[in-house]
Design a protein around this ligand. Structure first.
Ligand SMILES: Cc1ncc(COP(=O)(O)O)c(C=O)c1O
Length: 401
């Protein structure tokens, strides 16, 4: 007889035996520089809350006010009865912030990638994707009927040859869509979007950048990667992002032309068939855009902290990879050692999680730290000394006399 559910426990137990299961850590209270995680007070060094906005008084106040004025829920999907004035205001404010003609807000960044990518390219088209793109892009590509090509990570020369190969195929593809992360979340490196945009223009391809880790971080006042490279919007047609990282709330978004937004909200099933954000979320997102426009000090502080911490780790002898952003990987190599380092850091009082195979290649395990503008120099010195102590104990850095 077929057993309909035994695979559930078996597959879970397989993951547990290989130590590939997720062990959830529980925060009691806000995501702040110092958090209580599993009952212990620790310095937070791995959240995506780059600017500390998730606990910013203006965001919290805006969320509370919106509950009083608009209620707890939106009541519907956006196209039926779930578009409130707040949703429209957020899209106007975001487009202005990004310097784009229009923006559209999705429930999450994942929903934006999974819902929009398969609509932008379908049968008769080709999607050309960086080999290390985020899982939500990969799933968006899988949902498309388009053909797929993958180019070597951040390698514009390889992208150029893939595009040349694509152009040789007959009958010609109807559309070419190039998709890349802006900042790659495992290594903290920045995609060569200037070169990608030029190649896109040369081949009549649409360029789609997922700037989840670039917004609030790169560019003028944290406006993101398109601003960072000072690219014109007709060369990067889709700038996608999220409110769940530097903006400190939740929600995905795209920015581009009005044509793009009209197309996207009529075609993305993740948008049309899923309930819209509750008022508190939308109001907090508007407040986050407001804070970014009015309080440039958070982005400046993020970069000051980043430089300080990277230098301190390098001076101690840690290998911090090739990151040029506030994501600083501390390369360890062996998965077991990375896990032990993370566990020891937690004991000392720092939460920084290991990234191990299969999230990164075998032998490339690391601790991924993510900087936060709300950390003080004293906090950073505490984090550095924790890394020094644990790194020496585990033989990752030399013990100098
Ligand atoms: C590059 C990238 N794209 C998309 C997402 C998904 O964003 P969201 O959390 O809004 O679903 C993430 C988040 O992990 C990400 O890192």
């Amino acid at each position: 007889m077929r057993d309909p559910t035994s695979f559930l426990r078996q597959e879970y137990e397989d993951l547990v035996s290989q130590e590939l299961d997720w062990k959830l850590r529980v925060l009691s209270g806000p995501s702040a520089p110092w958090c209580v995680v599993d009952g212990k007070k620790v310095l937070m060094l791995c959240s995506n809350n780059y600017l500390g906005l998730s606990n910013h008084p203006k965001l919290k106040e805006a969320a509370k006010r919106a509950v009083d004025s608009h209620g707890a829920g939106s009541g519907s999907v956006r196209p039926i009865a779930g578009t409130m004035d707040l949703h429209m205001e957020l899209e106007r404010r975001l487009a202005r912030f990004k310097g784009a003609e229009a923006s559209l807000v999705y429930q999450t960044g994942f929903a934006a990638n999974a819902g929009l990518i398969p609509q932008l390219a379908g049968k008769g088209d080709v999607i050309v994707s960086d080999e290390l793109n985020h899982g939500s892009i990969i799933d968006g590509v899988r949902l498309s009927a388009a053909e797929r090509r993958v180019y070597k990570h951040s390698d514009a020369d390889d992208l150029a040859s893939v595009l040349d190969e694509v152009e040789k195929i007959f009958p010609p593809f109807r559309r070419i869509l190039i998709v890349t992360d802006g900042v790659f979340s495992m290594d903290g490196d920045v995609a060569p979007l200037d070169r990608i945009a030029s190649l896109g223009a040369e081949h009549g391809a649409m360029v789609y950048v997922d700037d989840a880790h670039g917004e609030g971080v790169l560019g003028e006042g944290g406006r993101g990667i398109v601003s960072h490279f000072r690219l014109s919007r007709d060369k990067v047609q889709v700038e996608m992002g999220t409110f769940s990282k530097a903006f400190g709330v939740v929600g995905g978004h795209i920015s581009g032309t009005r044509d793009l937004v009209n197309f996207a909200y009529n075609k993305s099933r993740t948008w049309t068939l899923s309930g819209s954000h509750p008022p508190a979320v939308v109001a907090a997102c508007i407040a986050a855009v407001d804070v970014l426009e009015r309080e440039p000090q958070h982005v400046q502080k993020l970069w000051e902290n980043t430089r300080y911490f990277k230098k301190a780790l390098t001076d101690l002898g840690f290998d911090i990879g090739k990151s040029t952003t506030p994501i600083t990987p501390v390369m360890v190599g062996d998965s077991g050692r990375a896990k032990r380092l993370s566990a020891r850091l937690y004991e000392i009082g720092v939460l920084a999680l290991p990234i191990v195979y299969p999230m990164v290649a075998q032998g490339k395990a690391r601790i991924r730290t993510i900087m936060n503008a709300a950390l003080t120099k004293k906090d950073l010195d505490f984090a550095t000394s924790a890394f020094e102590k644990a790194g020496k104990e585990l033989g990752i850095i030399p013990v100098r006399a």
